[in-house]
Design a protein around this ligand. Structure first.
Ligand SMILES: *Cc1c(COP(=O)(O)O)cnc(C)c1O
Length: 369
């Protein structure tokens, strides 16, 4: 049995440190705000090579608050890729703006530069890029479009802790970046948690105020905000886990290399493309094939954890029917039937990769007969 994710196995390796961190927070009785949260914010800012980090409740809040902090005119158009988790798009509407979906590159899975170009109008004010599966978007091209058209760049880094574009960590490459520490992410809390990062002092201050009822000091509310907090227990857990992140990413890269090597000569399978600019952190290892659902079911029967990210491109979701943005020409609208996420993570070893590969080969051999 090879699970898709094994958080318990991970916990057992770092149990002593985690238990101690949790006990320390409880002993101090400092559950909200304070030193544990500030310490993790500093550590994570340094890890992502940015000046500011603001801990918030989760990755979806991070996106909503980041977009709100940009202070764009109400009803601005924000370009969002069609293949991502719903949160990337939802946040645009929640912040009072209009989603404009654009297509994705079928090989590296990130936002298509050509498609962004086609979607820019007089009302476009921002591009929300998603470093999907742990692979950085083509940031030089996105910067060029941003400068030409005066657009803000929001980076959704929920799947890309530690990922790099030309040797620079994601998050500080645009105007503002957001992270999720949902338990299953490469850096995950033991519950909900998220963060916003930026190199812009004013944006950082605004985000902190929005997330804290529009205030900096106790009762000095400057505007109506909301409550979205990274709590001390999660912060202390994340501080421990951050010290392991680079090792865990290396394990993921090793497993990905193994998949690349062993699946490269199978004509039915299209492997993900890692662009020369990207240091991929392989939050997900996503292959494409025509008979996806049959292979998915076969692997499940063999107790191999597989998943699909994402089975329905966003414009086709019921939630977004009102936008009437289904575009037959999007590759994303055909790609979604072919995507398959293979198990990857620090819980796996190369022997288990072999088992996954053998099972895939067995399935394909049977399918041919
Ligand atoms: C997980 C995820 C989010 C949302 O994060 P939560 O912490 O679950 O709110 C946003 N965007 C992407 C791309 C994600 O994968």
């Amino acid at each position: 049995m090879i699970p898709f994710l094994d958080l318990n196995k991970q916990y057992l390796i770092i149990k002593k440190e985690i238990d101690k961190a949790i006990q320390t927070v409880i002993d101090k009785g400092e559950f909200i705000g304070g030193e544990f949260v500030s310490l993790f914010e500093e550590q994570f800012a340094s890890y992502q090579q940015v000046d500011f980090c603001i801990g918030v409740g989760n990755g979806t809040d991070a996106l909503e608050i980041a977009i709100e902090a940009l202070n764009l005119p109400h009803g601005s158009e924000i370009i969002v890729p069609a293949n991502t988790f719903i949160a990337s798009a939802e946040a645009v509407t929640r912040a009072g703006h209009r989603i404009v979906f654009c297509d994705c590159d079928a090989d590296n899975f990130t936002i298509s530069i050509q498609s962004i170009r086609e979607k820019i109008t007089q009302k476009t004010r921002a591009i929300l890029v998603v470093h999907l599966y742990g692979h950085a978007c083509d940031m030089d091209a996105i910067h060029a479009l941003s400068e030409e058209n005066n657009l803000k760049i929001i980076e959704d880094c929920a799947q890309a802790h530690g990922a790099e574009y030309k040797q620079q960590r994601v998050g500080g490459l645009g105007h503002i970046g957001t992270f999720s520490f949902y338990p299953g992410k490469n850096l995950g809390a033991y519950g909900d948690a998220g963060a916003i990062v930026t190199n812009d002092k004013h944006l950082a201050k605004r985000c902190r105020m929005i997330a804290n009822h529009g205030r900096l000091d106790k009762y000095e509310h400057r505007f109506e905000g909301r409550n979205s907090r990274l709590d001390s227990l999660q912060a202390a857990i994340l501080s421990v886990k951050l010290t392991y992140l680079d090792d865990w990413i290396q394990t993921r890269i090793g497993i990905a290399d193994c998949y690349f090597e062993k699946l490269s000569n199978i004509p039915e399978i299209i492997l993900p493309r890692c662009e020369p600019w990207a240091t991929h952190v392989y939050h997900l290892f996503v292959i494409r094939l025509n008979d996806r659902t049959a292979l998915f079911n076969f692997l499940k029967e063999q107790q191999i954890g597989v998943s699909i990210h994402y089975p329905i491109a966003l414009p086709k979701l019921e939630a977004f029917h009102y936008l009437k943005q289904f575009d037959e020409n999007f590759q994303a609208h055909h790609m979604d039937e072919t995507l398959l996420s293979l198990p990857i993570g620090e819980h796996m070893n190369n022997n288990q990769v072999e088992i996954v590969v053998s099972a895939i080969k067995e399935y394909l051999a049977e399918a041919h007969n």
